[in-house]
Design a protein around this ligand. Structure first.
Ligand SMILES: Cc1cc2nc3c(=O)[nH]c(=O)nc-3n(C[C@H](O)[C@H](O)[C@H](O)COP(=O)(O)O)c2cc1C
Length: 374
């Protein structure tokens, strides 16, 4: 069982780890095998949210060390997710700087800003920044990194024919659009080979489709998975809001996407599946389908002892709903609560009806967290 990355917006304004975050991680760890942190930005232009974790400088190391240790209880491995938000940021978050992307193409989302295209030297620097972030993760004592190639952020923006309309070696053909993600994997691998003194996990996360046209099709993703299976990665994490989801675009696809992706991996790379796993039966169904690793996102927020309770045959006491009175015990502070409320839908964290109604307007624009295409 895995805890997937969940941004909690509880870091300091400058990206430093807070005690609130340490408490939250400590409260939820110790049952699962892997705990993947909220995403951390690898350089200043990569910041995507206020209160986001940073791995962009050595000055963050003391906090990152505490974060790794807070997670590493009872054998749980601590993985830090690393990214650049690319065009999914704003001049406000970047303190006056324009967001960057593969091309100067705006996301189809209310309030999006037109980014500027990264220059070739900046692309090379960004790849180096992923390497430097990996070195910091090693130095901080993490057990691995997850490269965030999903949920519409910079790496996906390079892979997508929608956001990548470059005409140089980093865009155009399918091969050119895979160059940036593959260069990052190669860089991360090189840093691990050079600096890690014990086994260090490298995961990669994808979103299998986009809804824009042109956009990433499932066919593109399968071609990419065929390449990823031979890369130096230890797992592939498929970001979706439902483990059993079919195509967003093609109603003729009758097999869950995860099953087809797994076939393409040919047993070479284990998979993490995620999306609306709540009950032990949900997890069992995914395990019976031979998915190697199963992630519990929002449900572990409601029930931090989920794994321990299943192990102890105490499934009846698993909590599936929480109220505002539970938030302190769960380590969920106001900025985190705001994201959760914005996401509250059929699969969200049920809170009071009044609060749900109050927050309805905030719903727009956060569905990318759940791995829905854009
Ligand atoms: C509050 C919140 C924050 C999230 N932040 C991230 C993130 O930082 N990186 C990421 O790849 N996915 C993020 N996700 C997506 C989750 O990793 C996961 O894929 C999604 O919640 C579906 O799983 P679930 O149904 O078990 O919650 C976030 C989801 C939620 C609810």
């Amino acid at each position: 069982m895995v805890i997937p990355p969940m941004t909690e917006c509880m870091s300091f304004h400058d990206g430093n780890v807070t005690q609130d975050e340490l408490d939250y991680y400590a409260q939820h760890t110790g049952g699962v095998g892997l705990f993947i942190t909220a995403v951390a930005y690898v350089n200043e232009l990569g910041k995507g949210f206020e209160g986001e974790l940073s791995i962009a400088d050595d000055k963050y190391l003391p906090g990152l060390k505490k974060l790794a240790s807070a997670i590493q209880q009872n054998g749980t491995k601590a993985i830090i997710q690393i990214f650049s938000a690319g065009r999914m940021s704003s001049t406000a978050i970047l303190r006056g700087q324009q967001p960057v992307s593969a091309s100067a193409v705006k996301a189809l989302r209310a309030g999006s800003e037109t980014p500027r295209a990264l220059t070739e030297p900046e692309i090379e620097e960004t790849i180096e920044d992923f390497g430097a972030a990996t070195k910091r993760a090693i130095d901080a004592g993490f057990d691995g990194v997850e490269i965030h190639g999903a949920n519409t952020y910079l790496i996906q923006q390079f892979f997508s024919p929608n956001s990548n309309q470059r005409t140089d070696q980093w865009g155009g053909s399918f091969e050119n659009r895979t160059k940036f993600p593959l260069a990052i994997i190669a860089k991360v691998h090189q840093v691990v080979a050079q600096y890690a003194k014990k086994p260090f996990i490298v995961g990669y996360r994808i979103s299998p489709e986009e809804i824009e046209k042109p956009g990433i099709t499932f066919e593109d993703t399968l071609k990419f998975v065929d390449i990823l299976k031979d890369q130096p990665i230890d797992y592939l994490h498929v970001s979706m809001g439902d483990v059993w989801r079919k195509s967003l675009n093609d109603p003729k696809v009758t097999t869950p996407l995860n099953e087809t992706i797994q076939q393409h991996l040919q047993g070479k790379v284990p998979m993490i599946v995620v999306g609306d796993v709540q009950t032990p039966q949900d997890a069992e169904k995914a395990a019976d389908a031979n998915f190697e690793l199963i992630a519990l996102g929002r449900q572990i927020l409601r029930e931090p002892q989920w794994v321990q309770k299943v192990e102890a045959d105490d499934e009846k006491s698993i909590r599936y709903a929480i109220s505002p009175a539970d938030l302190d015990e769960l380590g969920i502070k106001p900025p985190f609560l705001d994201i959760l409320l914005a996401l509250t839908g059929p699969n969200g964290i049920p809170l009071t009806t009044a609060q749900q109604v109050d927050r309805q307007d905030a719903n727009a624009g956060l569905d990318h967290f759940l791995g829905g295409g854009e």
